[in-house]
Ligand binder design. Structure first.
Ligand SMILES: Cc1cc2nc3c(=O)[nH]c(=O)nc-3n(C[C@H](O)[C@H](O)[C@H](O)COP(=O)(O)OP(=O)(O)OC[C@H]3O[C@@H](n4cnc5c(N)ncnc54)[C@H](O)[C@@H]3O)c2cc1C
Ligand SMILES: O=C(O)[C@@H]1CCCCN1
Length: 387
């Protein structure tokens, strides 16, 4: 074991760990970022070319965090000298009289988010080649758009290194010994840190076992489907086609979302916001395609300009909490172990602000947002929580 003691060790170089490590390094903290796979890799939750960014949330706390997150993404673009965000607008379609849509509209208005409400008669004029379901309303969050995910991840890791941070990839953490100085053992080394941040994505509970804590997290495999445009460009960024989210008609069902064709010319990404449970190391053994059947029916009915058979299917994982809100908290027993987990399929856009909040917790500072929606304590009555 080296005698070196880091101010902070971060486990997991996905978007959340990488942003946290960068914030720590910017704050002059001597920081080590450990990653089990050789970088870049496609086995967690942060790979792939694109993600949606938006302010359109029903909950005030997410909208507030997204205000700052947009600013921090713009700052990162400047620091890295690369384009990370493409504004396309985000089309939201939902049952017109449903509670979710009403709550969303109220929140957007309260926060003065630039929004265009589309009347039924004018929908197809603004959004050609999409069939709006009967009884559905539509609005556009005009600052919604695309984040270039792989590019963003690489940019943040590079900025972390150029701020003095150290990345050790291909080093799987196999043990954590809590204490005033935390000892972290990997397959090839032993490291010590005054604080530890665990941002291990789908492997969060595997790592938390070493600290006597389990969270009610469900890991699911998502089939990331790309669909061929019958006429290339129909749903493209170039044609100013927006990202979209469509809420399912019944409560408890899941949404369908899409991003304009861009990364693979002629192919549009359309996915189902849920999948089947998997062990993170066994992802490729999960071969359930029930979600693809739902998407085939959806594409046939609502996106007539696409061939209703997926042309490319990639894999990704969500780590889902019971309420779909994140976990951003200190460990209940060990105050210098900080946990960022359960991003429930919507955490990428928050990366920079989550990095800031987790770094504040790791530095013993008061976090700049009220973190009560994200506390571990909320799971106390949940049967799978060991708290
Ligand atoms: C298909 C799909 C679509 C999505 N769409 C959106 C979207 O449109 N907008 C949005 O905002 N979000 C979206 N998300 C969610 C977003 O991508 C995730 O919330 C985010 O990437 C989670 O990042 P993470 O850093 O927590 O996890 P990960 O990226 O999984 O990072 C965790 C890292 O920890 C490492 N690790 C684990 N265990 C160990 C160990 N023992 N030792 C060392 N390293 C370890 C892993 O290898 C991994 O690299 C989507 C996710 C998916 C899968
Ligand atoms: O985070 C998002 O904005 C999207 C919404 C749809 C499902 C995937 N994640």
């Amino acid at each position: 074991m080296s005698s070196e003691v880091y101010d902070c060790i971060v486990i997991g170089a996905g978007i959340q760990g990488s942003c946290t490590a960068y914030q720590l390094a910017k704050n002059k903290q001597k920081t080590l970022l450990l990653e089990q796979f050789v970088l870049p890799h496609s086995r967690g939750s942060s790979h792939g070319q694109t993600r949606i960014i938006r302010k359109s949330y029903e909950e005030d706390f997410y909208v507030q965090m997204m205000h700052e997150s947009y600013e921090l993404w713009a700052q990162l673009e400047k620091e890295a000298g690369v384009e990370l965000y493409k504004r396309t607008g985000l089309l939201f379609m939902a049952p017109e009289n449903g509670e979710g849509f009403s709550r969303l509209k109220v929140t957007l208005q309260r926060h003065k988010i630039p929004t265009v409400f589309l009347e039924k008669q004018e929908f197809s004029q603004h959004i050609p080649n999409v069939n709006l379901r009967d009884g559905y309303g539509a609005l556009i969050d005009t600052f919604g758009g695309v984040l270039y995910a792989d590019r963003a991840l690489r940019a943040v890791q590079r900025l972390f290194q150029s701020s003095g941070g150290v990345i050790k990839d291909g080093e799987k953490v196999i043990d954590i010994a809590p204490g005033a100085v935390v000892t972290v053992t990997t397959g090839s080394g032993v490291y010590r840190g005054r604080s530890l941040v665990i941002t291990a994505g789908p492997w969060a509970n595997t790592l938390l076992t070493h600290t006597g804590l389990q969270l009610p997290l469900k890991v699911v495999k998502i089939n990331v489907c790309y669909w061929k445009e019958k006429i290339p460009g129909t749903y493209s960024v170039g044609q100013r086609f927006p990202c979209f989210i469509e809420m399912e008609p019944k409560e408890g069902q899941y949404d369908i979302y899409g991003l304009p064709s861009n990364e693979y010319p002629g192919l549009m990404k359309v996915c189902y916001h849920m999948g089947s449970e998997t062990e993170p190391d066994e992802r490729d053994k999960q071969t359930d395609t029930g979600d693809i059947d739902i998407l085939v029916r959806y594409v046939t009915r609502c996106l007539p300009g696409l061939v209703p058979v997926p042309a490319v299917v990639e894999s990704c994982m969500y780590t889902v909490t019971p309420d779909h809100n994140f976990v951003l908290d200190s460990h209940p027993t060990y105050g210098n172990i900080i946990i960022g987990a359960g991003f429930s399929g919507h955490g990428f856009k928050f990366g920079p602000i989550i990095g800031k909040l987790l770094s504040q917790l790791a530095m013993g500072q008061v976090p700049s947002y009220d973190l009560s929606p994200f506390r571990i304590q909320r799971f106390q009555s949940h049967p799978r929580s060991s708290l």
